[in-house]
Ligand binder design. Sequence first.
Ligand SMILES: [Fe+2]
Ligand SMILES: [Fe+2]
Length: 419
Amino acid sequence: MISYAGITNPFGTGAYSVEQNSKVLRRYRYIHEQLFRLGAGQLPARAHWHLKAALGKHLYEDAEAAGSLRWRILELRTSPMLLQKDPNVTLTLLFEELIHAESDIELLVGVYRVMKPALLKAYTQHMTDTQPLVDYPTVRLLKSLSSDLREQIEWGEGMIEALQREGESLELSAEFETRILGYLEAAGGISGEHGTSTHVPARWRSGNVYEMPKQAVRDAKRMGSPAMGRTAIPNLPDDPVQIRLIQMMKARQEEMSAVENLASVIYDLKLMPWEFYQDLARHLWDEVRHALFGQAALEAEGIDWMALRQYVGGYDPIIGKLPAQRYALLSIGFEEKAMRRPGKIAEYEFCRDDAKHPLMERFQDYDWADEVTHAAFGRKWTPEMFGEDLDYVRQVAEVDMAEREKFFQAWAKLQEAEG
Ligand SMILES: [Fe+2]
Ligand SMILES: [Fe+2]
């Protein structure tokens, strides 16, 4: 059709008034925001490396989805106050239960078999039901969210199948799946179209408030044991340039530990402005990408990186500190400092000029670009987190960096002693 800019059926009234549309979109906004927080809360507790990586990507996409929905909702004569609200008590309960997933398979089933497919179905229906001309901005938004959802669901199914092939039983997650489905139905489905049940389901596991794990989990079945500090890579070549290059690859792969630190900051801080969470979601996903740069570089060299000890020193030793300190340590202590020579530029130049390694040159080029953004995030948010100026934050980060250095030296000594 070439009339109406290709928009079909401009004559129907469609199902949603502005007010009704805003109400439903507020549920979508809430669900994506909760999925984002869930991903952050669960990431350090999950074992499988591929799951950690995908959680990082998907929580970033959920934060972006929530952000876009917020804009659209405000265009629908809606007060920004309503963006702070939980739309429905049973939906709140659903997410309080979902975060209590106790295994990779439970989380996978709850998110990728229950919540995400239900969202996709609701968006498909919404796009059919709404008036396509009057509500074009929503249609365009839901179309792009659906495309992300399809990829996420496909990934989730693939991951579940892979775990099953490796002997994981779906029976272990059957009750979790049924419970989450039950909460969703009682909440009236994604958009509330079925009406909320007057029988509010009972709490299951959520009587205890979920807390971030005290130790970041690494996959005991497939990986070397967790290590608080940097560990040796066996069978390194004699050439110092090659040694530095491979250590740099491993250091990139170890950035999953920075990811987990960011996840804890997101989860533990509940009341920052929304923009903060979108920035941190981006920051977090960038660090996942950096870890995957390292993975890809090591795999391209044929190095069995999974068998090596797995660094958790960016999370375990500092999880007891305040979220503001954890974020300042990373974004000001490390990332802002890496903007000065030698820093990130020297890593890039080394890969380009000394190691002459095209893949690592490309990775470090973008790693450096990402880090410029991260240092800016740190300068933007840490003063607000501390209620002090940037100079104060830099001094706090210095103190925490020095303490960290001592901790690592003690750890390294202990390793030596244990031989
Ligand atoms: Fe990084
Ligand atoms: Fe970074």
